[in-house]
Design a protein. Structure first.
Lengths: 398, 361, 349
């Protein structure tokens, strides 16, 4: 007991000046640092427990983590891979976070993203337009598809009270069925080339490609090469983060969303059209996920392929929670999750640790973030002032 | 402990804001193009004389899927045991990582990279062009154009399915046979299933066939749902189907287990990919045979060809056929055995055609 | 659960079975098709029913449970692993239930004690379950190559009918399972039977015992319950854990009774469908069971249509149950009301 206290005290005395110096140096970033302290300690704790699990199973945790870091940040190419992986995470995470801000739980990111890829791919291969119009149109198609797929549960929630958790799960299954039907069972969207054996659309036109960040480099030599170059989607992700943040705190709209999230009846008394806000914010949430899907198509896969980009919608939930529903928090969380996922290949080949450990670490991070009292108690951090405690969901209630 | 903890903390503390900055101004972090040629290539010319290094990249799924990943891996393991190769595997978790996972082995000086599954086809071709000194083996990947360092190991599953269908038609007492299959999105599964249908009808035109694909769920679940496979097989047996072909990873294995539970009623099962007498031991007493594709043998032969210096690019057609009858050796009539042997020869020589399209039309 | 919704579900099931009979080839007797449809319906419904009941205890006490999937998956893995290592069915079953209970305990600890948002706590458990089962499957089952020799481990009704004491119960069932038309319905295994029995038991416990009254009170008006001396925390903990034990039974169904093998993600999202069935059925045991049966019937129709060679895409027919759920949850056919205090952590005043 005393030993732990010693460690804790030691850490406290060291952390405080460290924080102060970092704050002093980074100036404007200082405000950002305090809110990320707990999530940050959560990550550290989760990694330590993960190390123990790896050690118990007879592997070398240091080697595993070295592989993890090397595989995600060890080379220019690794960093590119991580940033490319981060992009759909950011869009998915923002989608879930915005819905959470209105007190809604969008588990439908998976289906919204899938429809975004289908719509983006369709515009990409079906139309022949100059790039200036074609690319934005393809992305817009993804946005629109996501908006509809997300708007349906929003509409049902606001009109009939059908809980969005159930309807979004069901819409995920419907999206999967629809994609299977379009890509495999009929000729509506399936790649008609005689040698094609895969359930996928034709390649999109070059005019719909999202270009590489550095001009002159082709984003990818072809659809299946390893990602080595950062595409503009990363910038779009950062822009979307800024836009989401601006939307939430600088617009009337954002105020309405936050009010409805905090207390719908108060919102009603304040004259906010609550059903409209719910429908639209779910639509916007879906649109973000759909845009993420369209970017995957126009920048990474160059076509929609059945079975690709699966699981991002679910990872997005964890990312939104880790980012505490703050757009910039989501960005950091997406970066972290992308690093973990992207480094897991090197980790596997270097240390032989099964990649499933990543999911364990992610779950532990979430536990520590969600139950932040646990972290505060563990590291003896006192809550300063009024910590904002966001209402995330309200169960099945109306 | 305290010190290490603190160091780790410090390291990460410095890292996080740095990373945040990276996210903001992505331009400077964009990596320099990793040289397309010399720099990325492994630097061991005569390494083949020493220890062969073989890496296997799975499709989304596990090495121990009792199906194609496992069978291919067994071929690699045989190379370890017989040729003294050093072997390693990466399990793919996300299809977007195919190319990356192949690159992982390519940049670490592996001599041979085996990629398993038709879905990795394009990524493997790209990698083969990028790393001309490494030999690639693409399992279930048809090669349109010949790349000297890439061999596509392909199988005519429709022929194996055809033989299984013929066997089922010969052996059924009720005149009703069935098949529980993974999803028709995956071409080899489609070829097994349709070959089975054609083979059965060619043998006995009046046989009734129930074919079910697990296409109602996502690709990620189609092959890992034994519960579903079992329910399908039970549903068929309720309708007097007495021979069931289970083809679709763990899902198909569920069908074999269901048949095993009703062995008293005289039902029989046919397995897939490997001789499932050894992989699904619970179903031994009902397992008539298996429609096999010798993935392990094909992979091993190609690896051996690399060592012997006889490796060639292009397509390499692996062996397909029926597994031994094991406990049904005495139950299968001699004339049926003979007919099946003839049929197999006719199929291989091209005298009998299955007319199954390589992919669902 | 309104009567209207019950009738709606009944009508849909009848229509689906009728449609299957209509589509079947002339060589098959209608009775056979109906019996087979019913058997598949019950088969699909079994894990859904157990999952639904797991969620029911939890949610009736005021705790949302979207972690049914994770609890079942964990139990499926632990049950199989313990069963395989000890070669004992009963130890495997107990371990499965215990592991489901442990996951539920974590859920209760996070959501009741730490007042973490209950949906988040559920999400955490799901992710944790995916990771842990995948990781330890690799470590404990794959590397060691152990297998359950199923012969002794998956008992059939017949084998149970021969055993002392419990044979008394299973003998009549065994006899019924030989009857021609309804035979397949009765030809079920112990956990499948337990699922049905549990529906009745749960109904009784929830609506005719003090425990049930307290559970519902805690889920509807925790403050009022507190003032009359009910310990809200204890009731919630207990009900969440009971739910976990039932989810554990559901997990055991997969790997110890149905198909004796474990594969990561083998529950295939059934926990989420079970959750939908719970809400669909208006938080009542019989309503939820009816909803599970509806899912079963839709799934049975989908596979039978394929077997009969109906030329409609399996992808399209496969959407039927999900579409139905959306329509029903949207309140088109009768409304359902969740427990009033669900989702709100209780704060003593």
């Amino acid at each position: 007991m005393t030993k732990r206290r010693e460690i804790a005290d030691g850490m406290k005395t060291r952390i405080a000046p460290l924080l102060a110096s970092v704050q002093a140096r980074l100036g404007p970033l200082a405000g950002m640092l305090r809110p990320i302290l707990v999530p940050f300690l959560a990550v550290v704790s989760a990694l330590m427990i993960g190390a123990i699990v790896i050690a118990i199973s007879g592997r070398n945790p240091l080697l595993a983590y070295a592989g993890l870091i090397d595989g995600s940040w060890g080379s220019g190419r690794a960093i590119a891979g991580t940033l490319v992986r981060m992009t759909p995470y950011v869009f998915g995470g923002l989608a879930v976070a915005l819905a959470f801000r209105a007190g809604l739980f969008n588990i439908g990111g998976e289906g919204q993203l899938l429809l975004g890829t289908l719509a983006g791919a369709w515009v990409g291969y079906q139309l022949a337009l100059p790039a200036v119009i074609h690319l934005p149109l393809a992305l817009l198609a993804g946005v629109l598809a996501g908006f509809i797929w997300g708007g349906i549960p929003g509409f049902l929630k606001s009109r009939t009270g059908a809980h969005e958790v159930i309807t979004t799960i069901m819409l995920n299954y419907l999206a999967i069925g629809l994609a299977g039907w379009l890509l495999n069972d009929n000729r509506l969207m399936k790649d008609p080339s005689p040698t094609n054996v895969i359930a996928r659309t034709p390649l999109i036109a070059e005019s719909a490609h999202l270009p590489a960040l550095i001009p002159g480099q082709d984003a990818y030599p072809s659809a299946s090469a390893a990602p080595e170059i950062v595409h503009w989607g990363v910038v779009l992700a950062v822009l979307a983060t800024i836009a989401a943040s601006f939307f939430l705190w600088r617009t009337v709209w954002g105020f309405e969303v936050r009010t409805v999230g905090a207390n719908p009846s108060a919102g009603r008394y304040a004259g906010i059209n609550v059903p409209r806000v719910i429908t639209l914010i779910m639509g916007v949430s879906g649109a973000l996920a759909g845009l993420g899907g369209a970017i995957q198509v126009t920048a990474v896969n160059y076509r929609a392929i059945l079975g690709f980009n699966v699981g991002y919608g679910f990872d997005a939930i964890a990312i939104a929670l880790l980012g505490k529903n703050n757009p910039f928090g989501v960005l950091l969380a997406a970066l972290l999750f992308a690093s973990l996922r992207s480094g897991s290949t090197r980790m596997q080949s270097l240390s032989g640790v099964n990649a499933d450990i990543i999911a364990v670490i992610q779950a532990l991070i979430l536990i520590f973030v969600a139950a932040d009292q646990l972290v505060r108690w563990l590291y003896r951090i006192r809550a300063r002032g009024l910590e904002e405690r966001t209402t995330l969901t309200r169960g099945w209630g109306r | 402990m305290q010190k290490r903890l603190f160091t780790l903390f410090l390291l990460l503390a410095l890292l996080v804001p740095a990373l945040a900055a990276c996210g903001g101004e992505a331009a400077p972090t964009a990596p320099p193009q990793t040289g397309g040629g010399g720099q990325a290539q492994p630097t061991q010319g005569g390494a083949t004389e020493e220890k062969l290094k073989i890496g296997l990249v799975t499709d989304v799924g596990r090495l121990n899927d009792k199906s194609f990943n496992e069978s291919s891996w067994n071929g690699v393991l045989r190379a370890r045991d017989e040729l003294g190769a050093q072997v390693d595997a990466i399990e793919t978790q996300d299809p977007n990582d195919y190319a990356k996972n192949i690159d992982e082995f390519a940049t670490q000086g592996y001599d041979i990279i085996v990629t398993v599954g038709f879905a990795l086809g394009e990524a493997t071709i790209e990698a083969a062009k990028k790393y001309p000194d490494i030999k690639f083996i693409g399992v279930d990947q048809f090669q349109e154009e010949e790349i000297p360092n890439l061999a596509g190991l392909i199988f005519e599953e429709d022929k194996a399915g055809y033989l299984a269908g013929a066997l089922a038609a010969y052996m059924t007492k009720t005149g009703k046979i069935g098949a529980v299959l993974g999803t028709d999105v995956v071409p080899p599964v489609w070829r097994f299933g349709e070959g089975y249908r054609v083979g059965a009808l060619a043998t006995k035109p009046d046989v009734e066939i129930s074919l079910v694909y697990h296409s109602d769920v996502g690709l990620d679940k189609a092959f890992t749902d034994p519960e579903w496979g079992k329910l399908q097989a039970n549903s068929m047996m309720d309708k007097d189907v007495d021979v069931i072909f289970g083809a679709g990873g763990i899902t198909g294995n569920g069908a074999l287990l269901a048949v095993a539970e009703r062995k008293d009623t005289g039902v029989m099962a046919i397995g897939v990919d490997t001789d499932q007498y050894y992989t699904v031991t619970e179903a031994q007493s009902v397992l008539l045979s298996s429609a096999i594709k010798r993935l392990d043998e094909g992979v091993f032969d190609l690896i051996k060809a690399v060592q012997d210096g006889t490796f060639k690019g292009g397509n390499f057609v692996g062996k397909v056929g029926l597994a031994p009858f094991h406990e049904f050796e005495d139950d299968v009539p001699e004339d049926v055995k003979q007919k099946l042997t003839e049929l197999e020869q006719k199929l291989l020589s091209g005298e009998v055609k299955t007319n199954v399209s390589p992919v669902k039309p | 659960m309104t009567r209207g919704r019950f009738l709606f579900i009944l009508a849909v099931i009848v229509v689906l079975i009728g449609a299957a009979m209509y589509l079947s080839p002339s060589t098959l007797e209608n009775e056979t098709v109906a019996a087979s449809m019913l058997a598949t319906t019950l088969g699909v419904a079994t894990p859904l029913t157990l999952g639904m009941l797991a969620g029911l205890f939890c949610e009736r006490s005021g705790v949302v449970n979207i972690a049914i999937e994770g609890m079942m998956l964990t139990a499926a893995f632990v049950g199989y692993t313990v069963g395989a290592y000890t070669q004992s069915l009963i130890l495997g079953l107990l371990a499965a239930m215990a592991s489901g209970g442990m996951m539920a305990l974590l859920h209760a600890w996070l959501s009741v004690t730490f007042k973490v948002d209950q949906i988040i706590s559920g999400t955490v458990i799901n992710i944790l379950a995916f990771g842990l089962t995948g990781y330890f499957n690799d470590l404990l089952l794959r590397r060691r190559d152990v297998d359950i020799q199923s012969a002794g481990l998956t008992p059939t009704i017949e084998s149970l009918a021969d055993r002392p004491v419990i044979g008394f119960f299973f003998k009549p069932i065994d006899a019924l399972s030989d009857v021609s038309v309804i035979g397949p319905i009765f030809n079920q295994k112990p956990i499948a039977w337990m699922a049905i029995i549990l529906v009745f038991v749960t109904h009784y416990v929830l609506f005719y015992t003090t425990w049930g009254l307290r559970t519902r009170a805690v889920g509807e008006h925790p403050h009022a319950a507190d003032t009359v001396g009910i310990n809200v925390f204890k009731m919630r903990y207990a009900n969440v854990v009971i739910g976990g034990l039932i989810a554990g039974l559901g997990g055991a169904y997969f790997t110890l009774e149905s198909t004796p093998q474990f594969e990561p993600l083998l529950t295939s999202g059934r926990g989420f469908i079970a959750l939908a069935a719970l809400i669909f059925g208006g938080w009542t045991p019989f309503g939820g069971w009816a909803a599970a049966l509806l899912f079963g019937a839709a799934s049975a129709f989908q596979s039978n249509a394929q077997q009969f060679g109906v030329p409609i895409s399996a992808h399209i027919i496969g959407m039927i149950p999900y579409l139905l759920t959306i329509i029903v949850v949207a309140g088109v056919v009768g409304r359902a009301f969740p427990p009033a205090a669900i989702g709100q952590p209780y704060q003593k005043e």
